[in-house]
Design a binder for this molecule. Structure first.
Ligand code: UD1
Ligand code: UDP
Length: 383
């Protein structure tokens, strides 16, 4: 039987982290599958960090990133580059992940070439077109183009069903981020460099990440002012903040938090130390999507610096709270968790609403079954 040519297309750090387990799984079937990787490199250094960690060598690299890139830049460069890649490689199916602009451009390019589209992490919704922006529309548009939807949860599946997606095209697999996390976090992990000198036993560690486009500018400034108040008030608090590469984030971070005692600002961390740092943190403040999925599995309370979330499962589980970016609100919510042991305990129970670490296996099984490498529908998808 002819091999199935599967091309994974991605461009940013989170897509790489979440596609890595899928790519590693595809490579376990060399007689059935020819796996290819095309990166747009919408991110450069932050993407390369992940590629190195998982030893993934792209077959195609569009290298599109530029400083201050607009959505038009990313979309047009990715689309034109992928046109050539898809013409040259002619895959049978492409896989895209989540909701970045690379995701949407990848799905659109494949549609123009009439190539089957598999959408990993399908069905997340806020139903607010501009929050998060542009991710909500990226994932909805990708969903319209997808032939196979790999939904991480039942909630995501129901979102797709409500939009009229045929149930035959939806597979609840869990989120591949949990696969990556379980491969990476170890109780005995040793940090190197400055991270190795942090007093994890006696200090309360607040881990922070921020990057959302709709938070750039004043909202982030308010968050950073709240962080400053917290370190000033609590001498046992240490903030560790791996700062996103976006110059618009870095500038405000430097202005508000540069040079402060017990505020450790660092470049984005490799996934391995970052995931293990989450595991040692007291509390996490973030506007990230992926971190909202990882932290509950580690039993770490997360204050989400956004007004909406497409990840209600962690809210329901109680590990995550939506607090937005208002200075007083951020300060107040963090203070409660630093001072009220009962409130902290309520949020700090480990639960994993996003999966069991086997999502990638399920995705690859579906691909093999749909392309007739075996005739039986995979057991977990029989109703
Ligand atoms: C992008 C995604 C967002 C995702 C996030 C993950 C879009 C529109 N946004 O947002 O959905 O949550 O990635 O982090 O798809 N930069 C570097 N080096 C890097 C990465 C970024 O210098 O390795 C700088 C560049 O100046 C770049 C800027 O950051 O222009 C912004 O990057 P961009 O991909 O446009 O937006 P993100 O906010 O990273
Ligand atoms: N992450 C990382 N290093 C860091 C900060 C985050 O490896 O310094 C990981 C994090 O564990 C998660 C992913 O990056 O898996 C989230 O990426 P990001 O917040 O940039 O994007 P989002 O998930 O919001 O799309």
């Amino acid at each position: 039987m002819k091999k199935l040519k599967v091309m994974s297309i991605f461009g940013t750090r989170p897509e790489a982290i979440k596609m890595a387990p899928v790519i590693l799984e595809l490579c376990k079937f060399p007689s059935e599958i020819e796996s290819q990787v095309a990166v747009t490199a919408q991110h450069r250094e932050m993407l390369d960090q992940v590629l190195r960690l998982f030893d993934i060598r792209p077959d195609f690299d569009l290298n599109i990133m530029s400083e201050g890139q607009t959505l038009f830049d990313i979309t047009s460069r990715a689309l034109l580059g992928l046109d050539k890649v898809l013409s040259a490689a002619a895959p049978d199916v492409i896989l895209v992940h989540g909701d970045t602009t690379t995701t949407f451009a990848g799905a659109l390019a494949a549609f123009y070439h009439q190539i089957e589209v598999g959408h990993v992490e399908a069905g997340l919704r806020t139903r607010n077109k501009f929050s998060p922006y542009p991710e909500e529309m990226n994932r909805r548009l990708t969903g319209s183009l997808a032939d196979l939807n790999f939904a991480p949860t039942e909630t995501a599946k129901n979102n797709l069903l409500r939009e009229g997606v045929d149930s035959d095209k939806i597979f609840v697999t869990g989120n591949t981020v949990i696969d990556a996390l379980y491969k990476t976090v170890r109780a005995d992990f040793k940090f190197s460099n400055e991270l190795g000198r942090v007093d994890y036993d006696d200090k309360k560690i607040i881990l922070v990440t921020t990057h959302r486009r709709e938070n750039l500018g004043e909202p982030l400034r308010q968050v950073y002012k709240a962080l400053k108040s917290l370190v000033e008030e609590f001498p046992d608090v240490e903030i560790i903040f791996p700062v996103h590469k976006n110059p618009k984030v870095r500038e405000v971070v430097r202005e508000e938090l540069g040079g402060l005692e017990r505020v450790f600002l660092t470049d984005p961390l490799d996934y391995e130390p970052f995931a293990n740092l989450m595991n040692r943190a007291t509390l996490i403040l973030t506007d990230s999507g992926g971190v909202q999925e990882e932290a509950p599995a580690l039993g770490k309370p997360v204050l989400v610096l956004r007004d909406t979330t497409e990840r209600p499962e962690a809210l329901d589980a109680g590990t995550v709270k939506l607090i937005g970016t208002n200075r007083e609100k951020v300060y107040g919510a963090a203070k409660v968790l630093l001072t009220d042991a009962a409130e902290y305990k309520k949020m700090a129970e480990a639960r994993s609403p996003y999966g069991d670490g086997h999502a990638a296996e399920r995705i690859v099984k579906v691909l093999l079954w749909r392309h007739k490498f075996f005739s039986e529908r995979p057991e977990e998808f029989r109703s």
